[in-house]
Write a protein that binds this ligand. Structure first.
Ligand code: 5AD
Length: 473
């Protein structure tokens, strides 16, 4: 979501006549996009602004803006506490960035724009002039859950949904400019409601009816109306809204890859209850089992918090056993950190830092072992890979399988594979990725030779996010 917001800011500024600077030394304006989901992210902002205070002193007409969730959370206080900052802009106010900069350049005082666009939610358009093989498309923003640890409802506001017509049109436009894979974005993406449908819905229709999942209907509509799309992902769903109709969509739509990231947070019912997740371990297991049964070969990844208030050794072991039972092929693990405004502030943060670290280490060891075994098992197989671009190092191409495994492809440096869906023989497994070579059929079908004229666009290194289990922060 933050990567996507940064792209929107870049786009809005380009539209207003700004050009991207190579580095901060040559920049007149610097925008720091921030995350406040954990305390560490917030600390990063403080040290970064400290560093940039010198950048401002060198040329006082330089402008420093803080955007994103810390901006939303702290507002005016940021200006008071950190005088190097000239402007503060929340996630719903990105479109106002040029105006804020304009005001500052004509002598305006440091300003704060952090108002939720509740009445007329804005969903900014994607970049003009093409995008890469993979793209994000926002379908909703905000969050109506009240998970007790989470700051998101307070920094991103209540749920607001985008009309399905607009979503479909945006995906079609992206595909026309070369995008092959789209990830639908939302804080609880599968609680999506179509504002168009709400207008036409019969009075008395039960919005909780599992057969009425408007998210599943959206997936079906995209599949039917955008034939050029090769893969449709979404993130992040809430287990509570993994409805029978969404599970059926996974069984019926080949467009949906066999991978879902489904945050569970804990495997202990006592913790799930305190976290206000509104499902039990048993319900999570039943739903994921149903999903895997309907869509054979499905793999799952997840988010887990360790050291939530009151978490005992037994609770943590329940989490480990859940990870084994589901067989997650990737997980993001976090130490619990207290966040402003959240209901969990009332609970004592009683698991020591040392215990949190030890639990995280055990969790990652288990998850690495599960992933390692899974990747080993793919050696010798043939996988379909959407090539995203050249690998960061070596003369390799990088891409992902439908199940989100990263594949590096050797021996094809003379071809241009960016944006191609190719088949590859898997030769070996690395710790977090696979290494393969094109099949003969894929080699014969590939475009040759590589279109060098595409220059930097084609040679842009693949930003590998999500590569295997991730350490805290
Ligand atoms: N402490 C630790 N981790 C958190 N997350 C959200 N809030 C907190 C918190 N207060 C994690 C959850 C969520 C992911 C994006 O960040 O696991 O799914």
């Amino acid at each position: 979501m933050n990567v996507h917001d940064s792209e929107r800011m870049r786009e809005v500024l380009r539209g207003a006549g700004y050009a991207e600077a190579e580095d901060s030394a040559s920049a007149d304006v610097l925008v720091l996009n921030t995350c406040s989901v954990r305390e560490k992210a917030e600390q990063k902002l403080r040290s970064e602004v400290g560093r940039l205070a010198r950048w401002k002193r060198e040329q006082p007409e330089r402008v420093l803006i803080v955007a994103g969730c810390v901006a939303q959370q702290e507002g005016e206080q940021l200006l008071r506490r950190m005088p190097a900052i000239d402007g503060v802009i929340g996630p719903d106010n990105i479109a106002e960035l040029p105006r804020l900069l304009g005001d500052l350049s004509t002598g305006g005082l440091p300003a704060v724009r952090t108002v939720f666009d509740l009445d007329a939610p804005r969903f900014l358009p994607p970049p003009r002039g093409g995008s890469g093989p993979t793209a994000f498309v926002t379908v909703m923003k905000g969050c109506n859950e009240r998970c007790s640890f989470c700051i998101v409802p307070y920094t991103r506001g209540p749920e607001r949904y985008r009309a399905s017509d607009e979503i479909v049109a945006e995906i079609a436009a992206l595909c026309a400019s070369g995008t092959r894979e789209v990830t639908l974005l939302g804080q609880t993406v599968n609680s999506y409601r179509d504002p168009l449908r709400a207008l036409s819905q019969a009075p008395g229709a039960d919005p909780e009816d599992p057969d009425e999942s408007e998210f599943a209907a959206l997936l079906r509509r995209i599949a039917a109306e955008v034939p050029a799309l090769r893969r449709l992902r979404y993130t992040s769903p809430h287990p509570r809204h993994l409805t029978p109709s969404l599970i059926r969509a996974h069984a019926e739509l080949p467009l949906l890859p066999r991978h879902v990231h489904l945050p569970v947070q804990s495997g202990a019912n006592r913790m799930l209850k305190r976290m206000i997740r509104r499902y039990t371990r048993e319900e999570y297991l039943a739903r994921t089992r149903a999903l895997c049964a309907e869509a054979p070969g499905m793999t799952l990844s997840t988010d887990i918090i360790v050291g939530f208030p009151g978490e005992t050794e037994e609770d943590f072991e329940a989490t480990l056993s859940l990870v084994e039972e589901v067989g997650f092929r990737g997980l993001f693990g976090f130490k619990y950190s207290r966040r402003p405004y959240t209901p969990a502030l009332k609970l004592p943060d009683d698991v020591t830092e040392q215990v949190k670290s030890a639990r995280l280490t055990r969790l990652f060891a288990l998850s690495e072992a599960l992933l390692g075994k899974h990747l080993e098992g793919l050696t010798g197989s043939v996988q379909e890979v959407l090539v995203e671009g050249p690998a960061k190092a070596g003369d390799l191409w990088s891409g992902r399988t439908g199940r989100n495994e990263i594949v590096h492809i050797e021996g094809a440096s003379e071809l241009d594979l960016t944006g191609e869906v190719v088949t590859a023989h898997i030769l070996r497994a690395n710790k977090h990725s696979l290494h393969g070579a094109l099949t003969e059929a894929a080699r014969a079908a590939a475009r040759q030779p590589r279109a060098r004229a595409q220059g930097s666009q084609a040679r842009r290194a693949l930003p590998v996010v999500n590569e295997g289990p991730r350490a805290e922060g």
